[in-house]
Design a protein around this ligand. Structure first.
Ligand code: NAP
Ligand code: MG
Length: 464
């Protein structure tokens, strides 16, 4: 894999301040595929200065022109989907088909949505005797995770650029090569120097320096609740805007009138996709007691199709694999019943975990409460609708969910009572324009579509 040995700052690849590097590992075969520079506070400072310097001119650029640059970025990403998919497969371990269909293709759609929104969004509003101007917040510090390496970057950078903000990105240490490809695409799209800057490095060094930098006006973070809490506290102390997209423990609620086989198969597919490394995954399946045994049998049959090394990739690194295996062992220890998988590694090489299904999971168990971030499904039994709702809402999280019923109206009535930011009704499709984000401890703020754009704007009211 091609890797840049510098940082993309002020429109060019520049040498890093310190000589340290990070080795990038292919989690499927554990081989080192490249090295990128480990950024320091000095690199972050240089990038923030470049972003500040570029801000006034970019903020003053007419939205139609920003839209043109975003359209060029969309086209550039579209031209490179194969290279992007290969890179995501190499550094994340995503199976090639998933890498192309989701990891490489979804960001093209999201970039395209912001090319359109930048051109059509109303950056001015009349309210009585006021004209309200929607102005860019300023310099954005974006800190992204590895699970959807390009999507997470585009979901922050595209709306920020559409709004007129400038950006410094610190991508996950496990997936920096995809971030470097993105920087190449930004450059090729003719985005002015300094509008987008990339600093690779460790979260505890470069990430923390970015979150704490006084030249950053808004920190947008996606990742673990632990780091999000810390970033939120730092931003609060500095009276800085912050957007946090954190974990989830989403419920797929199968009401008695639902098509059970369809709901169970979709639920298993949802959890196994991307090896379970999806913040919005429906990791809890809630089934009425009268149909419970049938659902468990269907899930066990469905998961057999997810073969590690073929349809299911490895986890991103050894630490995540151990973490997930630890949760599986804990599920067994707390009395849940394994119907597929288990803590043993399915393959000798690579950070693989067996696709795992637990039955007889009760709401208080660790595996029913904590985000596992691996291919692990917990099936819980409920007595009636109120019980199902209490279980669905009974975690600290509220990011996504699903409801299955005989008709949409019945499912919608249940979805209205759920404490969560997104609900798919009877298998509804992902919509890149729908606001994505959490209730409760799943986060603060929304990404994607016009709501995602609004995160990067602040209002100025002029009275006449
Ligand atoms: P993480 O540490 O929160 O990583 C997210 C991003 O934050 C990475 O770029 C990371 O850099 C950076 N970071 C880490 N410590 C930081 C700090 N003190 N200040 C500023 N930035 C910092 O997440 P992880 O350790 O990779 O994954 C652990 C768990 O988080 C997973 O098991 C999962 O439960 C959850 N997670 C959630 C999502 C999501 O989409 N909501 C995504 C990934 C993980 P490094 O890459 O160098 O650590
Ligand atoms: Mg980390």
């Amino acid at each position: 894999m091609k890797a840049h040995d510098g940082m993309y700052i002020g429109g060019q690849w520049q040498p890093a301040a310190a000589p340290d590097t990070i080795a990038v590992v292919n989690p499927a075969d554990e081989q080192v595929i490249g090295h990128v520079p480990a950024g320091t506070a000095e690199d972050v400072d240089a990038a923030v200065h470049a972003a500040r310097a570029a801000f006034p001119a970019w903020a003053a650029t007419p939205p139609a022109e920003r839209a043109q640059r975003l359209a060029a970025l969309r086209d550039e990403l579209g031209r490179r989907t194969e290279e992007i998919a290969e890179t995501v497969t190499a550094e994340l371990g995503a199976p090639p088909a998933l890498a192309l269909a989701v990891h490489a293709s979804l960001p093209v759609k999201v970039a395209g949505s912001y090319a359109e929104l930048a051109g059509s969004y109303s950056f001015e509003e009349k309210l009585g005797n006021s004209t309200v101007l929607m102005e860019p917040v300023g310099v954005v510090g974006a800190i992204t995770p590895w699970n959807y390496p390009l999507h997470q970057i585009v979901a922050k950078v595209a709306p920020a650029l559409a709004a007129g903000c400038t950006v410094v990105l610190k991508p996950a240490e496990d997936t920096p090569l995809t971030a470097q490809l993105f920087a190449e695409a930004v450059h090729a799209a003719g985005v002015p120097a300094g509008v987008f800057n990339l600093v690779t490095g460790l979260g505890t060094v470069a990430g923390q320096a970015l979150a704490e930098h006084e030249g950053v006006d808004l920190v947008s973070f996606t990742g673990s609740t632990a780091v999000g809490r810390q970033i939120g506290a730092t931003a609060g102390g500095a009276i800085k805007r912050v957007a946090l997209e954190l974990g989830g423990k989403s419920a797929s609620v199968i009401l008695p009138s639902a098509d059970l086989a369809k709901a169970v198969n979709a639920g298993v597919a949802n959890v196994m996709s991307n090896s379970g490394q999806t913040c919005s995954a429906w990791t809890r399946m809630l089934v009425h007691r009268d149909r419970y045994d049938e659902a468990v049998a269907l899930a066990a049959a469905a998961v057999a199709k997810y073969v590690p090394g073929d349809r299911v990739g490895p986890l991103v690194n050894a630490k995540q694999r151990e973490r997930v295996r630890g949760y599986i062992a804990k599920g067994v220890a707390e009395g849940a019943r394994l119907v597929a998988g288990g803590p043993e590694a399915p393959l000798e090489t690579g950070y693989y975990v067996s696709p795992t299904v637990f039955a007889d999971v009760t709401p208080g168990m660790t595996i029913a409460q904590e985000e596992i971030f691996g291919p692990v499904l917990s099936i819980l039994r409920y007595e009636d609708e109120d019980d199902a709702l209490a279980i669905a809402n009974g975690t600290v999280y509220g990011l996504a969910g699903a409801v299955w019923a005989g008709d949409d109206a019945e499912a919608v009535a249940f979805a209205r009572r759920m404490d969560t930011g997104q609900v798919d009704i009877n298998g509804g499709r992902f919509n890149p324009l729908a606001p994505f984000g959490g209730y409760k401890q799943s986060g603060v703020g929304r990404e994607l579509g016009p709501h995602g754009l609004a995160e990067y704007l602040q209002t100025k009211s002029l009275q006449f």
